[in-house]
Design a protein around this ligand. Structure first.
Ligand code: FAD
Ligand code: 2HG
Ligand code: ZN
Length: 510
């Protein structure tokens, strides 16, 4: 259930979406005692958490599965199932299909759009007990793993083989590879290694009727008809449950360096990006942006190493540049030359740059950027918009949003405390965060559809990487044409005609 406003209100506000509605499915059924007894026939007792049935679990034990990471979305699932094998997942789904019970596939529950918790009477199917690596080929770098493997544990697994995962994100200690694939997570390495649509080689998926689609190939090339796995990458659990992932892991770079650059004006970011790309070329692996508000908040909440006062003085924003290459001396030389050129230019684009000198400093500089989400959550309640807009408009979008809240009388310590921007400049992805004391309908109404209209006017996307979830179903039309939405609904209807897979997420079906 949404904490801050009702679904009905969202529907009324955008009546045109009804044009595409498929025939309304019959309502989904709630889990009964008989259902729980059925699951107990093939699941271990520890795989069933249910407040109903012969041995009820206290509802407090279900709360971590019912509440999302931000404390913004919450569900009321009575039953959480944690299967250990694909066959168990298949049996659960087959039963839910026959009984018309809704299922919310859940990974690490770190999603930021309310996709991983129920909105009605669905059960939660958590993949946390499926966490085995199935195979790794150190020659091809192809890793095959259960969907429930934590991203960090996979990074640790491939590290001794001199490989890395092609994605990295702040939630790596909790998010699962299945959740990453289901959300098509972007993160900090996309600039270098591209999206999961490229690095995922194959998938094993339990379809809504319980059948198992085994496309867990380790072939780099397979051109035999439709590339079905792509449908599940970014489907946010609405088309099936990913149980296994085959993914290409790149060779670990022999040398990684980073530097944080303090800029006097946002206007310098674009020319800086051009210069950095030109000078660092093949060794550039990340170009991340944080504005001053985001930086100050990261420091306030102890994320990473704060720069000295003289280093941050006069800085309007910061850019973190990472290089990853094959030879440390060569990369360091290039980075040092870049810094020198930047600092000695007639009209310098930066005030200063702080280069990491050792692995601890390297991690600490990254923490300033990666830790912003954590810092924001410590500061208050966050309204998060992960948008794609032209890079030149990043600051303007943040400023216009702040002005909008000011004009509505909502920019003060008891309502909205901060409006900030940070994100993946290299990918044109801005994270606009509005940090408030609490989630309130007044704030929601002030920023929506304002932000979506602004994004649409800039021909951007309402979701660059976090997805649609429960949060943006009503906003999908700002970024997808009528024809595209109609086709998406037809695909959903074809694959999940009973509407049991993550109902109410991504698409409004009735
Ligand atoms: P969950 O949150 O459990 O689920 C997310 C969605 O995927 C839900 O719709 C769920 O139903 C579905 N799902 C989960 N597992 C499966 C499965 N096995 N099969 C089918 N559907 C499934 N995202 C980015 O893109 N880039 C970032 O840089 C980034 N940084 C983050 C930093 C922090 C601190 C946090 C809290 C989140 C961040 N995110 C980021 C959000 C993000 O989407 C992820 O954290 C991650 O990809 C979600 O994985 P998860 O296992 O937690 O999935
Ligand atoms: C990031 O890039 C994540 O740090 C999270 O995508 C962004 O919290 C956010 O808004
Ligand atoms: Zn991001």
């Amino acid at each position: 259930m949404l904490a801050s406003r009702s679904v009905t209100r969202q529907l009324v506000r955008n009546p045109r979406r009804w044009n595409h509605a498929a025939a309304a499915s019959p309502p989904l059924n709630s889990v009964t005692e008989q259902d729980v007894a059925h699951f107990a026939k093939f699941l271990a007792p520890t795989s069933i958490l249910s407040t109903i049935g012969s041995t009820p679990t206290p509802s407090s034990e279900l709360s971590i599965y019912n509440n999302d990471w931000m404390g913004k979305y919450y569900g009321k699932a009575t039953t959480v199932l944690k299967p250990k094998t694909t066959e168990e997942v298949s049996k659960i789904v087959k039963h839910c299909w026959e009984r018309r019970i809704g299922i919310v596939p859940q990974g690490g529950n770190t999603g930021l759009v309310g996709g991983s918790v129920p909105i009605g009477n669905e059960l939660v199917l958590n993949l946390g007990n499926m966490s085995k690596v199935r195979s790794f080929d150190p020659v091809s770098g192809i890793l095959v793993a259960d969907a429930g493997c934590i991203l960090q544990s996979l990074t640790d697994y491939v590290a001794p083989h001199n490989h890395i995962m092609p994605l990295d994100l702040g939630a790596k200690g909790s998010c699962q590879i299945g959740g990453n694939v289901a959300t098509n997570a972007g993160g900090l390495r996309l600039l270098r290694y591209g999206s999961l649509h490229g690095s995922v080689i194959g998938l094993e998926v339990v379809l809504p009727d319980g059948s198992i689609m085994d496309q867990l190939t380790t072939l780099r090339k397979d051109n035999t008809g439709y590339d079905l796995k792509q449908l599940f990458i970014g489907a946010e659990g609405t088309l099936g449950i990913i149980t296994g992932v085959s993914i290409l892991t790149p060779s670990a770079p022999q040398a990684s360096n980073n530097v944080i650059l303090a800029l006097p004006h946002f206007d310098n970011v674009l020319p800086l990006f051009k210069q950095v790309k030109k000078e660092l070329s093949e060794i550039l692996s990340a170009f991340e942006f944080i504005d001053r508000t985001a930086y100050d908040l990261a420091v306030k909440h102890g994320q990473g190493r704060a720069l000295n006062d003289d280093e941050v003085e006069g800085a309007q924003c910061f850019v973190l540049v990472e290089t990853s290459g094959g030879k440390r001396e060569h990369d360091e030389e290039k980075l040092n030359d870049l810094l020198e050129n930047l600092l000695t230019a007639d009209e310098p684009l930066i005030n200063t740059g702080v280069l990491s000198q050792n692995p601890a400093q390297f991690s600490s500089l990254w923490a300033l950027r990666e830790g912003v989400t954590e810092a924001v959550s410590k500061e208050g309640k966050a309204y998060k918009y992960d948008i794609s807009v032209p890079l030149a408009t990043f600051k303007d979008v943040v400023d216009q949003t702040r002005e909008r809240l000011r004009s509505k009388g909502l920019l003060h310590d008891d309502a909205v405390m901060h409006v900030m921007g940070y994100g993946h400049v290299g990918d044109g992805n801005l994270h606009l965060n509005i940090v408030a004391k609490a989630y309130t309908p007044e704030i929601t109404d002030a920023i929506e559809p304002f932000i979506y209209e602004l994004v649409a006017s800039l021909k951007g996307s309402v979701s660059a990487e976090h997805g649609i979830g429960a949060m943006k179903t009503h906003a999908l039309h700002y970024s997808k044409s009528d024809v595209s939405i109609k086709l998406m609904k037809q695909i959903k209807q074809l694959m999940d005609p009973r509407g049991i897979m993550n109902p109410g997420k991504v698409l409004e079906m009735n």
